[in-house]
Design a protein around this ligand. Structure first.
Ligand code: FEO
Length: 166
């Protein structure tokens, strides 16, 4: 059964994915302005990926004959960061928060005995494991490189290999 409780949980999540997409977009834009085009492309691509996560949730709700809404409130996203390290620290925390929310939804679907949703959410679990690991790995590299300009120059080129297309 597709309960109102589950629908509401999925609606909140799809709005969080939209927020994630906008967060990556604002970060990409800041990075573009400071001249790291490799890192900027990575973040723009990831913004599209987050939009696809939202899309997946919308299509699932539609398949179950549910309803959804997009909620855009007046919250402003940060558009400036003190450093690349600051940016990736915030991104890592954001992905960890999203993982917790997905975990909560999985638990909720089990409590509600909605095994269709429980099954649907397994993809998001796998995705969060990958995303957390990816952003943490990038953060580790940025921390390791520190202020070394040539290290940042090389990393800005190397980041291409971490682009995911989902
Ligand atoms: Fe869709 Fe990065 O969580």
């Amino acid at each position: 059964m597709f309960s109102d409780t589950i629908q509401l949980g999925l609606i909140k999540q799809l709005n969080r994915e939209l927020e994630s997409s906008l967060l990556y977009l604002s970060m990409a834009s800041w990075v573009e302005k400071i001249g790291f085009e490799g890192i900027c492309e990575f973040l723009y691509d990831h913004s599209n990926e987050e939009r696809n996560h939202m899309f997946k949730l919308i299509r699932y709700i539609n398949k179950r004959n549910g309803n959804f809404y997009i909620s855009i409130n007046n919250k402003s996203l940060e558009t400036s960061y003190s450093s690349l390290k600051d940016l990736f620290q915030k991104l890592f925390q954001h992905e960890k928060d999203i993982s917790e929310e997905i975990n909560f939804l999985v638990e909720l679907s089990s409590r509600e005995k909605d095994y269709f949703t429980y099954n649907f959410l397994q993809w998001f679990i796998e995705e969060q494991i990958e995303e957390e690991a990816l952003i943490k790995m990038i953060l580790n590299k940025i921390e390791l490189i520190g202020e070394d300009k040539s290290g940042l120059y090389i990393f800005n080129k190397d980041i291409k290999k971490y682009h995911k297309k989902n």
